[in-house]
Design a protein around this ligand. Structure first.
Ligand code: GLC
Length: 487
């Protein structure tokens, strides 16, 4: 153990780590936070499953010990991620970080959660992440960091096997995914654990008769963080807790909200190599060029009203259906919508149908492409985020940094980061729909189009968004405070 007030050592366990393995916000948040902590001098080592996608500098390999008998042998591969900046983007996000990859037989797969060929979840997902969680605990027993920082259900069950002198933090990025499976998993995870050393009542891992990895992590971790303050408040309410509000409430003040940041190395429009031309708040002429390029790529008409962008996973949470409901009204708003995201095949089909029906107003891209994501976020006038719930949301922060005005629902991190311009004319940074309904969203979009058409108002809203500090610096300091409490 490090002595008090020395810089804490942290083992940061995650299923995703950008830019190498990134499905959604978790991958981006993991590398953004780890990078920021590491630049503040915190000894952070990332641990993730070895998906075969990261090459390590100065690699060392060794077998982990202390695993349950059902677990395959795990080889730890430690090293540093590539120290050079990404040649495509010149960005250093996720680079030059200490990382340990856990490799095990049957574990190499092209995607952390789904079979890309069928879009179905891997049938052995619980086995995979329980193996990973047992590996994280075994690694913690060897390395004895001050704190193990767990993320989401994929790592939560590690709290059952962590040594008692190691602190633990669980960040919940999304309560909708809990790792629910056969109750026999509890016995498997507890195999050879000394019952007197348990930091959590094992029954906390059983919810409605099923094994629930996230529920147990919430009950057992020393601190629980939700990724924004409003999401914390929603999470402890019956409506927003996805069945885990009791477990969260029981932890009282140990549950807090820390908003995510964004990696400005990746998302600053002045030096974003993925954009055709850079720009900043002092000179937005480059944004106009990006906008033209976006319309060209989307095959949409150039000389009409605002261009609305949307980049989101195609899942119910993100309100894709609500956005599609707005498409028939775009003509009367003189607006066009460009949507991109991958996910549910059923939603992708709806997106394609709509694009066929409204080719002059709507373009949909159902395969995620990073360069196109930057062009949509940077080149649009408005960014639509009609989420039904949103733990934090990163795209609205990226949009504001690029002078793209967000139109969002009043949920979770969106509520905390976007100020409605009509309600607060001097502080407004976007437009907020009170509820996730087509009607409220249409109203907000209507107000946004009106605001955008007034050049003075538009410039003021853009400037406020572009000059706000959305970096990881402040949130990383808040995490550091929590680490120190556990040192
Ligand atoms: C999840 C949440 C999103 C959050 C991200 C990173 O993807 O849905 O709101 O920003 O995790 O924490």
């Amino acid at each position: 153990m490090a002595t008090e007030r020395s810089t804490p050592t942290v083992l940061f366990a995650t299923a995703e780590f950008g830019p190498y393995v990134k499905v959604g916000g978790l991958g981006e948040a993991s590398s953004g936070l780890a990078g920021s902590l590491s630049s503040m001098g915190v000894g952070v080592t990332v641990v993730m499953p070895d998906f075969g996608l990261i090459e390590l500098e100065d690699e060392k390999r060794w077998p982990l010990t202390g695993l349950p008998s059902w677990c395959p042998a795990i080889e730890a591969r430690s090293g540093r991620t590539d120290p050079e900046t990404d040649p495509e983007t010149d960005a250093d996000s996720g680079r030059d970080i200490d990382i340990i990859l856990l490799a095990f037989e049957g574990g190499v797969r092209p995607h952390p959660y789904f079979d890309p060929a069928t879009g179905e979840s891997w049938p052995d997902a619980t086995w995979f992440y329980m193996t990973f969680s047992a590996g994280v605990a075994a690694l913690a027993a060897e390395e004895r960091p001050d704190v193990v920082h767990l993320n989401d259900w994929h790592t939560s069950a590690a709290v059952l096997r962590l040594p008692s002198d190691v602190g633990s933090i669980l960040t919940v990025h999304n309560l909708a995914y809990q790792g629910v499976d056969d109750p026999a998993w509890l016995g498997r995870m507890m195999e050879s654990v000394d019952a007197s050393a348990l930091r959590v009542d094992p029954n906390a891992f059983l919810v409605d008769g099923a094994f629930n990895s996230l529920a147990g992590g919430i009950s057992g971790a020393d601190r629980i963080v939700l990724v924004s303050e409003s999401y914390r408040d929603e999470a402890i309410s019956e409506a927003g807790g996805f069945g885990l509000h009791h477990q969260l409430r029981q932890r009282g003040d140990l549950v807090s909200g820390i908003r995510n940041g964004i990696d400005l190395g990746l998302w600053h429009p002045a030096d974003d190599l993925r954009l055709p031309v850079g720009f900043d708040h002092g000179d937005l002429s480059g944004k106009e060029i990006c906008r033209k390029e976006l319309l060209k790529e989307a095959d949409l008409d150039a000389d009409r009203g605002p261009v609305i962008g949307m980049v989101a996973r195609l899942v119910h949470q993100k309100g894709i259906d609500l956005a599609l409901d707005l498409v028939p009204f775009l003509d009367s708003l003189s607006a066009r919508l460009v949507l991109m995201g991958s996910g549910s095949p059923a939603l992708a089909e709806k997106v394609r149908d709509m694009a066929e029906l409204y080719p002059n107003h709507f373009a949909g891209f159902c395969d995620y492409d990073e360069t196109m994501a930057h062009l949509i976020v940077g080149g649009s006038d408005l960014l639509l985020m009609p989420s039904r719930f949103e733990p934090c949301g990163l795209t609205q922060l990226q949009a504001m940094t690029c002078g793209t005005i967000p139109v969002v629902t009043a949920v979770g991190g969106l509520r905390d980061t976007v100020v409605d311009t009509d309600s607060c004319p001097r502080r407004g940074t976007g437009f907020v729909a009170e509820r996730a309904t087509s009607l409220d969203l249409l109203n907000a979009l209507h107000r946004a189009c009106r605001g955008w058409s007034n050049p003075r108002r538009r410039a003021a809203v853009q400037r406020r968004g572009m000059t706000a500090d959305w970096s990881w610096t402040k949130p990383a300091r808040q995490y550091l405070e929590l680490y120190r409490e556990l040192q």
